[in-house]
Design a protein around this ligand. Structure first.
Ligand code: FES
Length: 61
């Protein structure tokens, strides 16, 4: 997975930022909504963000 790929344009959140949030204990989309505002502005990234989180969860565990 390309860690530099932009997932959330509104907040400039890349794959690597989601990965770091997971390593910091924010392992669900809902937690990332709260800690980094992922997906809360336009919502266009929500589906992609959830796929990225699922894929990273498989890789990390
Ligand atoms: S692209 Fe993520 S909230 Fe708009």
């Amino acid at each position: 997975m390309d860690e530099e790929r932009m997932v959330c344009e509104c907040y400039g959140i890349r794959v690597k930022d989601i990965k770091q949030a997971m390593l910091d204990g924010n392992d669900t989309f809902e937690k990332m909504e709260r800690c980094m505002r992922l997906g809360v502005l336009c919502g266009a990234c929500v589906s992609d963000a959830k796929k990225v989180i699922a894929a990273l969860n498989e890789n990390i565990q």
